[in-house]
Design a protein around this ligand. Structure first.
Ligand SMILES: [Zn+2]
Length: 133
């Protein structure tokens, strides 16, 4: 379990180094958690930034699909960083995201675009091809 968490962390650290130089000084912590219906979630606390990966992901996703998921979540952070949003604005954004389907669609569209720009088309496709539980 712990070893797996370390693996996720290692992959994220490598992805940041390789493809998300803009996140440079942001430390993003990865934790496995039961997320119910979601594969992944992010949380932006004033004291730390986290990616949560559902515990079922490692049993259902190959490595490339996991990379696809982590890239997806990192793109969300990259958008925050690009817009220079602090904690308050990010959480306001989260509220809009939770309440508005259109807003959600727009944000996810921006993420999908960034995934392709960063060269993770294959990983993204594998991620989307794996059904949720
Ligand atoms: Zn998303």
């Amino acid at each position: 379990m712990l070893k797996q968490r370390d693996n996720y962390q290692k992959i994220v650290n490598e992805l940041i180094e390789k493809s998300f130089p803009e996140l440079g000084n942001w430390e993003i912590k990865v934790t496995e958690k039961d997320l119910g219906n979601f594969k992944g979630k992010i949380k932006f606390y004033p004291w730390e930034k986290c990616i949560f990966v559902d515990t079922k992901v490692r049993k259902t996703h190959p490595r490339l699909g996991i990379i696809g998921l982590l890239v997806h979540e990192l793109c969300h952070f990259s958008i925050f960083k690009k817009n220079n949003w602090g904690w308050f604005k990010v959480n306001f954004d989260y509220l809009c995201y939770s309440l508005s389907k259109d807003y959600r669609k727009r944000v996810e569209g921006e993420v999908e675009k960034m995934i392709l720009e960063k060269g993770y088309k294959k990983e993204n496709k594998i991620l989307h091809n794996i059904k949720k539980w």
